[in-house]
Design a protein around this ligand. Structure first.
Ligand SMILES: Cc1cc2nc3c(=O)[nH]c(=O)nc-3n(C[C@H](O)[C@H](O)[C@H](O)COP(=O)(O)O)c2cc1C
Length: 244
């Protein structure tokens, strides 16, 4: 009997796929999840206005390591804006149906969205936020006092979630990928998440911050905290960031 993993690999082989919804002519899902447009947004520093020192790419790659201890120096909004730009930034919108970003994505589907647990960012009330990639802005999702504790607990009590300045929480919206690729699209969601997190590691290193990826979390609890059904959208990966 094949393991679940082997069954997944087998059933998502090209030879075993059903025709995708795109192939069947079904309409494409939107490139960003809906949000309440009447809600006030927090505008982030425009990517063109973020000032960066130039860095040596090789040095940054070689220095990168997972960092779980952070100073209590807050991140600035500029730094947060930079990290969001490097991990998801939209460089081009093609005919309203696809985006070209600073990270690669299978078929430019970009089926991930970013939530942030903000603990220690200058001028931003701690809480759970959603990043609006097309607006390069944040909207508050939950500003409950115990949100950091809840998310830390759902990450199997990995304490550095609570002591991070910000924890990136990436969610996947599988139909955005699977509309084109069917069940094989699930493979691509995880590959895409890896690229995004690596960009976070490297861009954080470039601004003297540390990062640690997190895949050890309780799926149902994390989805419930973010208000996701676990099917149409689910938490796929997290990473903490703080100043070194
Ligand atoms: C997919 C993935 C999941 C990870 N999940 C966790 C995690 O839940 N908790 C943690 O402390 N580190 C986690 N890490 C960090 C690894 O432990 C770390 O990358 C590894 O020990 C190598 O160390 P380095 O990143 O400093 O080179 C994860 C890394 C990856 C790539």
């Amino acid at each position: 009997m094949n393991s679940i993993g082997q069954q997944f690999l087998n059933q998502t082989k090209h030879s075993n796929l059903d025709p995708s919804d795109q192939y069947l002519g079904k309409p494409q899902p939107p490139i960003q999840l809906k949000f309440d447009e009447n809600q006030p947004v927090i505008k982030l520093t425009k990517p063109s206005q973020i000032i960066n020192e130039s860095v040596d790419v090789r040095k940054i790659i070689e220095q990168r390591k997972s960092i779980r201890n952070y100073s209590q120096v807050p991140l600035t909004v500029d730094q947060l804006s930079y990290l969001l730009w490097c991990t998801q930034g939209v460089k081009e919108i093609i005919q309203g149906t696809a985006t070209i970003r600073n990270v690669p994505s299978a078929g430019a589907r970009h089926a991930l969205e970013t939530y942030l647990l903000i603990n220690n960012v200058d001028g931003i009330t701690p809480g759970l936020y959603r990043f609006l990639v097309l607006e390069h802005s944040l909207i508050p999702v939950l500003l409950d006092k115990d949100i950091a504790d809840k998310i830390t607990k759902a990450c199997l009590n990995q304490k550095f979630v609570k002591s991070s300045a910000v924890t990136f929480i990436w969610i996947a919206v599988p139909y955005r990928m699977n509309w084109r690729y069917g069940e094989r699209g699930y493979r691509y969601l995880y590959l895409d998440a890896g690229h995004v997190c690596q960009n976070l590691y490297l861009s954080a290193e470039a601004i003297n911050c540390g990062t640690c990826a997190i895949a050890a979390f309780l799926d149902d609890e994390m989805n419930q905290i973010l208000g996701l059904d676990g099917k149409e959208a689910f938490v796929i990966y997290l990473a903490t960031v703080g100043t070194k």
